[in-house]
Write a protein that binds this ligand. Structure first.
Ligand code: BGP
Length: 476
């Protein structure tokens, strides 16, 4: 028998609003924090990006040509509610009405994400976004409006994109006032507020959407210990608890992992949890996991002297300057380069085996359906004179990851679909338009908008065949 992906496996790709739509201030939309995050970086900003706001019909026609059965996109909160709450922006919501209808007309299932890093600036200015608990109520107001509006058209809902990354890079993914910069407790407090917002959105889907399912899209890296030394294995467990279980245990078990939480308490970083919060989190259970996987991580036990610890701890209490992500966990784990894995041009590990590892690991722990909501290779692409783009490196990357996904399904993991990053080239969060991810090339650079025309890369034609054969062309 020929090998292929399971029956009804969903095929498509992913994008997010601020990275593709452009029209950042058009038709009543006001700024989100991501519209201005790239200011002064030298990369493009979010004002035009890939201009999907104006070209969505052409883009959805390309999705259809590729054979997509699903598409993941995000809804820009500040397009729908320019001030975060209050009056709806009719023109803004009309864009999503049209976008969703166009997908459905072309036989493509819409899978929206409610929040992809893009807090409305109005709420940042009003109360510092997720830092303030009021954000939970305002997110609920926005989510309820969207969920009710599309309850008959959308059945799979994603809430918040990559809470884990929002926490790890808390000062890059949020406007955090200076006064909080040396206080890492704030990032765990923001995370707690997002957990409440996520739970409320899941409850709303369960309330309003017949047969609706709801889940997070998590940025997830399996974590390996550098070697079999007991200390390094312990560092691996520490990092798994704080980087991975800390998020998934909430979504699927309604609790914070005990070890990680006590570590945060010892270090004055634990979130304030109010009465009723954990009950709400339990009630707003997730039905499935959206998984964003790019790279695995490797850790060792920190070997620093006591001075290092002392200094690190004084930083934790806010007496000294800012600290990087791993330094905040000085006696828990330390990231280290994995000597066994190659990396891409931006030093991200390339590890297809990690895909099988994490799918099996997550499934054994939580037994929930999983959909791949991001996976891809950021690379420099070249548009040739004849309009072709030879991105065989990207094909190789996806082929190996799809083989790993297939192996996991053979061993019983319930994988619902593959929605890699990304459909068109888009504004890379960390690297503008240098670093491309799409199966469709968008003709622009960071400094020159050119004509923004679309060109099909070699990976487009390859993916089209993969979809048509339900994966069997790479699996046999
Ligand atoms: C994920 C985000 C995406 C996307 C991707 C690639 O974390 O959900 O929005 O940006 O990473 O990252 P980058 O753009 O930094 O290369």
């Amino acid at each position: 028998m020929k090998k292929s992906m399971p029956k009804n496996f969903l095929w498509g790709a992913s994008t997010s609003a601020y990275q593709v739509e452009g029209a950042a201030l058009e038709d009543g939309k006001k700024l989100s924090q991501m519209d201005i995050m790239n200011k002064d970086t030298g990369f493009a900003d979010a004002s035009v990006t890939s201009d999907m706001y104006h070209r969505y019909k052409e883009d959805i026609a390309l999705m259809k040509e590729a054979g997509f059965t699903a598409h993941r996109f995000s809804i820009a909160w500040s397009r729908v509610f320019p001030d975060g709450v209050g009056e709806v922006n009719d023109k803004g919501i009309e864009y999503y009405d049209n976008f969703i209808d166009e997908l459905l007309k072309n036989g493509i299932e819409p899978i929206p994400t409610l929040y992809h890093y893009d807090m409305p600036m109005a709420l940042v200015e009003k109360y510092d976004g997720w830092i303030n608990r009021q954000s939970v109520n305002d997110f609920a107001y926005y989510a309820e409006f969207i969920i009710k509006r599309y309850k008959d058209k959308v059945k799979k809902w994603l809430t918040i994109n990559e809470q884990s990354i929002i926490v790890e890079f808390w000062k890059k993914k949020n406007f955090v006032p200076e006064k909080f910069h040396n206080n890492p407790q704030i990032k765990f407090q923001m995370n707690h507020h997002m957990n409440l917002a996520h739970a409320i959105a899941c409850k709303l889907v369960h309330k309003y959407v017949e047969d609706g399912i709801c889940g997070p899209a998590i940025g997830y890296s399996p974590i390996y210990g550098l070697d079999a030394s007991p200390k390094n294995m312990l560092a691996m467990l520490n990092a798994e608890d704080l980087k991975n279980h800390y998020f998934l245990d909430i979504y699927f078990q309604g609790k914070y992992p005990v070890g990680a939480m006590n570590y945060l308490k010892e270090n004055n970083m634990a979130p304030v949890i109010e009465d009723g919060d954990m009950e709400l989190i339990k009630e707003g259970y997730s039905d499935f996991l959206g998984l964003n996987y790019y790279a695995s991580k490797c850790v060792k036990f920190p070997e620093k002297d006591n001075n290092y610890y002392r200094e690190a701890r004084s930083n934790l209490t806010g007496k000294k300057g800012g600290m990087g992500a791993y330094e905040m966990m000085p006696d828990f784990y330390e990231y280290i380069k994995n000597p066994y894995c190659e990396t891409n041009d931006w030093d991200w590990t390339i590890d297809p085996t990690g895909m099988e590892y994490l799918l099996r690991d997550i499934y054994e722990r939580y037994e929930i359906p999983i959909i791949i909501t991001e996976n891809g290779l950021g690379a420099y692409d070249t548009l040739e004179e004849d309009g072709s783009i030879h991105d065989e490196y990207r094909i190789d990357y996806w082929a190996k990851h799809l083989e790993a996904i297939h192996r996991a399904t053979e061993l019983g993991v319930d994988v619902m679909g593959f929605l890699p990053w990304s459909f068109v080239d888009l504004l890379s969060t960390s690297n503008g338009y240098n670093k491309r991810y799409g199966i469709i090339y968008v003709n622009r650079t960071d400094d020159d908008l050119k004509d923004l025309n679309r060109y099909k890369k070699d990976s487009f034609y390859w993916y089209q065949k993969v979809i048509k054969s339900n994966g069997s062309i790479i699996l046999n």
